[in-house]
Write a protein that binds this ligand. Sequence first.
Ligand SMILES: *Cc1c(COP(=O)(O)O)cnc(C)c1O
Length: 375
Amino acid sequence: MTTATPIPMVDLREQYLTLKQDIDAAVADVLSKTQFIMGPNVRSFESEVAQYLGVKHAIGCANGTDALHLALRALDIGPGDEVITTPFTFIATAEAIAYVGATPVFVDIDPVTYNLDAALTEQAITPNTRAIIPVHIFGLPCDMTAIQSVSEKHNLFVVEDCAQSFGSDVGGNKTGAIGDVGCHSFFPSKNLGCFGDGGMLTTNNDELAQKLRVLGAHGSTKQYHHTVIGYNSRLDEMQAAILRQKLPHIDNYNQRRLQVATAYCEKLSALDIQLPLLKAPESQGGAIPVFHQFTFLSDKRDELKQALSDQQIASAVYYPIPLHQQTALTERMPQGASCPHAESVAKRCLSLPIYPEMPDQHIDRVCNTIKAVLG
Ligand SMILES: *Cc1c(COP(=O)(O)O)cnc(C)c1O
């Protein structure tokens, strides 16, 4: 053991302190106005996000999981329908498919980008397929040109899971502004995080935007007039006020994440590990990732995790069990799934601390600890 300062996965307090005056004033203003539900900050934040992402509509909701659920409901996806997605993601992606009674179809990932393999996606399409949910995992945008072309050819909807990719862009378009609808999360540790739960839906489709608003507001177009069974899924006014203070800094935050990732890659380049890409392959859009996580692969993953922990350094396994092997989902997958790449990545992946305020000395300590094991 060591008495060295602990290095966390993220340091939310540091980020708060840099904006403390602005955030405290914004929160105090909400408290004094007491318009806690659907207040002016929610509306303003929605237009600011729409403008930032270059998309026509942005609709706040309670969290990223609800965003995915509402998107599938608004697209009328339900029992008997199949939705293709990646097995290498957080459970919420597949939960949304299960909530609407549809069948998740897991397609294997590209072992280098960790994202849905677009070619395999096309092979998994059946007459029941209605939608594809690409997840821009760890902040690296998927090959959206290939996914859009598959979806157009087969007349499928594309629901982007942008929970880990806020602010990233592919060829001049931001993730969440490419598919039919984008689903965003403002969970505290996400690239743009609030101080509780929060989410957002983005779309260029007027009709879909209207449906999403109605579904998130108890299915009402007019107060106490309910046309469909909806949900109580709103972005909180207090969270919107906090997010409005952070949004102007998101490009700086993402830039700094990229710098940390670049430093990791340089310092770890000589080791026998598979480092994450600092840029998507040109053939897959060449996007620059926003490094929600810095995740590498090693056969000595567990040994490394222990060595880091001995030095008070946090690390995490995102994700240890691919979704096609999760008990909660296997019964919903009549035909099973073969995803050898996802299984292999899940056994070897390790995510290192990364956050915009991470000091350079921390990066050095993490790398030296890894080198001591593998060097
Ligand atoms: C965080 C996350 C979600 C869910 O977002 P919440 O706001 O926590 O509900 C969905 N998909 C992915 C890939 C995530 O990382």
